[in-house]
Design a protein around this ligand. Structure first.
Ligand code: ZN
Length: 418
């Protein structure tokens, strides 16, 4: 214990991260843990066992979110929560999400060892399916906890093999009504998530701690462009309605709209293309695009979307094609809670750790926890900003520093009046 804050053993935390990384559907060092795969269920068992060893009270809800509670002296007060996810997209690394789960648990244990007595209970949450891999929707667990998705939409989800959530969760031994997942009002007093930055800024600026002041709101659209096909030799240029060229113009308009939204935080990407018939000697008659648009304010995101839609109308009219847009998802951005951010800053200062405020451009379970209670995130550097790939790396000293800041933050949040 120093600076009145508990120590974290970097070696123990790293050992756990390494052990969890061996529970994967792919050959290590690749980590792949898709929702309801054996790997993700075994990984949850691994964390479950550690939580029980730490004397925490564990509950698993109907969709597989796991809650491990250290009961405080005022058990009826809203608890203070931390946590993240242990699922991983195919071909991922071992730190995304895991640092927040094992770092959160290790922070709780460090507080226990330092004889800290929580007033509000402190709870570790392991969220189901932060990654959208199986059902194409991210943050399924936290989204349902926040009541941010209608249950009809949840029931209609199908994986690529056509299986429903109910079918898969039954196989994973989860029952109970999906209605029981959403958290009641005032369930939590606050939430703080420890996470690797997944970007390069902290490393570039040689800073150990980032405090997330806003999480960009993601949105995604599927666009179908129908033109007219024909023989690549026989159809002369003036008579063409080439779906692929309309798609190309639209992708450039998407880029332009993001640049002209009025905010440097607007980002838009046309990352998925399908062209039909996709043959060298045939004029493309149909194209499908998927567009990802994110921003830290709804105002500029809406403006960018409006510019894209205007361009889309103009391109369709000029090229004689039809363009249909379908929204895949559109979640509002979230702001970090000022009081919680200030507490993180104070704790880091006491530990002599420099901080900066930052924007999370990737989304996280915190995006939805911010709808449940005051929320912030604690970022730590990761090498070159690499993430979602096996080369993902974070220094054990940085991970331990992050867990220490988290421990101090949870301790403060547990005792401070709301
Ligand atoms: Zn993550």
């Amino acid at each position: 214990m120093s600076a009145g804050l508990p120590d974290i053993d970097p070696a123990l935390l790293q050992k756990r991260i390494d052990e969890l990384a061996l529970i994967t559907e792919a050959a290590p060092p690749v980590v792949t843990r898709v929702l309801f795969s054996d790997a993700v269920l075994h990984a949850r068992d691994y964390v479950h066992k550690l939580c029980l060893e730490a004397g925490l009270k564990v509950r698993i809800d109907a969709v597989g979110n796991m809650f491990a509670r250290w009961t405080g002296s005022a058990p009826d007060e809203p608890a203070v929560a931390t946590g993240s996810h242990i699922d991983a997209i195919p071909n991922a690394g071992k730190y995304d999400g895991v640092v927040g789960v094992l770092g959160g648990l290790t922070a709780i244990e460090a507080l226990q060892e330092a004889d800290f007595r929580p007033m509000r209970s402190i709870e570790l949450v392991v969220f189901t399916a932060e990654e959208p891999t199986r059902f194409g929707i991210g943050c399924l667990g936290s989204r349902m906890l926040a009541g941010a998705i209608p249950l009809e939409k949840v029931r209609a989800l199908r994986d690529p093999e056509g299986r429903s959530l109910d079918e898969l969760r039954a196989r994973a031994g989860l029952d109970g009504p999906l209605e029981s997942v959403a958290l009641p009002k005032n369930h939590y007093a606050s939430f703080a998530e420890l996470h690797i930055e997944q970007g390069p800024l902290l490393e570039q600026e040689n800073l150990p701690i980032g405090i997330v002041q806003s999480i960009a709101g993601p949105s995604a659209y599927r666009v179908r462009i129908q033109g007219e096909g024909g023989h690549a030799g026989a159809v002369l240029m003036p008579g063409r309605h080439d779906a692929s060229l309309a798609a190309s113009e639209l992708a450039l308009a998407v880029e332009k709209a993001a640049r002209e939204s009025g905010s440097p935080d607007t980002v838009a990407t046309t990352g998925k293309w399908e062209i039909f018939p996709n043959a060298i000697n045939s004029v493309p008659f149909e194209a499908w695009l998927e567009i990802d648009l994110r921003d830290t304010t709804m105002e500029t995101r809406d403006r960018a979307l409006m510019l894209m839609r205007e361009a889309s109308h103009e391109i369709a009219a000029r090229r004689g094609v039809t363009i249909e847009w379908k929204e895949i998802n559109a979640d509002p951005p979230a702001d970090g809670d000022p009081r919680t951010m200030k507490i993180v800053e104070d704790v880091a200062l006491r530990l002599d750790l420099a901080t900066r405020r930052m924007v999370s451009r990737a989304y996280h379970d915190s995006l939805f926890m911010a709808r449940v209670c005051p929320t912030t995130m604690i970022f730590i550097p990761c090498r070159k900003g690499y993430s979602h790939r096996p080369e993902e790396f974070s220094d054990p000293a940085h991970i331990a520093a992050g867990a220490r800041v988290l421990a101090g933050t949870l301790a403060r949040l547990s005792h401070e009046p709301l």
